[in-house]
Design a protein around this ligand. Structure first.
Ligand code: SDX
Length: 392
């Protein structure tokens, strides 16, 4: 056991690294990116600028931002041969699996992006993945819908261009409503980083072996897919839809969530770090109400979500376990109002989390962190002699 005597399952009480990127205070519900509060950034900044802040550590000057955007535009094409990999997937493939595969495939078209040690070489790999992920994300959606693949329009902003790649039709140009662009930009900011969560820890440990940035991000996408993590935003809407189909009575589901013999969990509730509220959930809840009002959408699941959270927040079981709505509880309601299909919800989370994954990978590599390799407490068989199969 190498002298190890205690297990910390799920690393509930383990710090894996020093980091200067994101600060969380779980008791006070504080979230800051490089010292700036997410409340201020969500109100005053935009996703590309926040991405720059997370990755490089400071809000960019006008020239720095212009150069970053120009470098991204230069990298916004994807090798046409990647489409052959996409063609191999059935339409029923979940877009998170497609995105993870295509992201890892990027390495094959940029072999020099693998073992990069200098900030300059890292910069080249960073703008490549930052520019190409939205294209691949839209292709995963277009494949599922049987639509032609688009490259968008480099003269548009990051979010508007993504929406164009998603929803432009050969016979009808997509003109996104400014409310949708602003709401999506805010959602991406709120998902941009969250210190050492499951998928970020995956990116760090994959990157610690000096696997390339694209392979490390691909590993992070796979970890985010799980319904206990980023996959929860899809699971929340599916749960709310089930409650709606079941007559809208959420009391039964609250009882199921409390029943230890029932594997059902209230999706979108609970958090490893936040023990009073998730500051992102509060902002997203207000944004959901604003977006639905602006777009004149009356989505019954928003009422179910409100009622469910009100009852749960007053229930002793949830209060005693510090269970509150998390970032995933309301986000799906906005994605759906924006016309984004449910299987793409976790892809939206990945798009938002990309700058955080990049920033954490870059910090780990620049600090020359050692390869991640934990120990174990061995509980298996003691030494035993081989037995020929005829004697078994
Ligand atoms: C994200 O880490 C991050 O920062 C993640 C994230 C990010 O930005 O990267 O914030 C994004 O992943 C948000 C979480 C999305 N997941 C869900 O909404 C899925 C539902 N939530 C749970 O599975 C759970 O709350 C977790 C996974 C979020 C946290 O799990 P923990 O910290 O391991 O807590 P636990 O499972 O040990 O639960 C503690 C107790 C248990 O009860 P007891 O054994 O003490 O009696 O609370 C109960 C759990 O059964 N519990 C729930 C519950 N969540 C916890 N009971 C019912 N419904 C729930 N949702």
């Amino acid at each position: 056991t190498g002298g190890v005597t205690t297990i910390d399952a799920g690393f509930k009480n383990t710090s894996s690294c020093e980091s200067a990127i994101t600060f969380l205070d779980g008791e006070k519900g504080i979230l800051r990116y490089r010292g700036y509060s997410i409340e201020e950034l969500a109100k005053k900044s935009n996703f590309v600028e926040v991405s720059y802040l997370l990755i490089f550590g400071a809000l960019p000057t006008c020239d720095e931002l212009a150069k970053f955007k120009a470098d991204i535009r230069k990298q916004s094409l994807v090798d046409e041969d990647i489409k052959k990999i996409l063609d191999g997937f059935p339409k029923s493939a979940h877009p998170m699996g497609v995105l993870s595969a295509l992201t890892s495939a990027l390495t094959a078209f940029s072999p020099k992006s693998v073992d990069v040690d200098s900030p300059e070489e890292m910069y080249d790999a960073i703008v490549k993945i930052y520019a190409k992920l939205p294209v691949l994300a839209s292709w995963a959606y277009r494949k599922e819908e049987g639509l032609p693949l688009e490259y968008g329009d480099n003269s548009l902003g990051y979010v508007e261009n993504f929406l164009k790649m998603m929803f432009d039709l050969p016979n009808e140009v997509y003109k996104p409503n400014p409310v949708i662009i602003k709401a999506l930009d805010k959602l991406l900011i709120l998902h941009a980083d969250h210190e050492q969560n499951c998928s970020t820890s995956t990116v760090r440990i994959a990157g610690s072996s000096h696997a390339g940035l694209f392979a490390s991000i691909s590993a992070g996408i796979s970890a985010l897919w799980g319904r206990l993590h980023g996959g929860a935003n899809q699971a929340v809407i599916e749960m709310l839809e089930e409650i709606k189909e079941d007559g809208g009575g959420y009391e039964k589901y609250i009882a199921k969530a409390k029943d230890k013999n029932d594997p059902f969990r209230l999706m979108g509730f609970g958090h490893r770090v936040y023990k009073n509220f998730d500051p992102r959930a509060n902002i997203i809840k207000v944004a959901a109400e604003e977006v639905l009002a602006d777009l004149g959408i009356d989505d019954p699941v928003l009422d179910i979500a409100r009622g469910l959270s009100t009852v749960a927040l007053e229930d002793e079981y949830f209060k005693s376990r510090n269970l509150y709505p998390n970032v995933d509880f309301y986000s799906g309601i906005i994605y759906r109002a924006l016309g984004i299909p449910i299987p793409m919800f976790t892809v939206m989370f990945a798009l938002g989390r990309l700058p955080g994954w990049i920033a954490q990978w870059r910090e780990m590599r620049l600090r020359k962190e050692p390869i991640g390799r934990p120990r174990q407490l061995y509980i298996g068989a003691t030494g035993r002699p081989f037995i020929e199969k005829e004697e078994r």
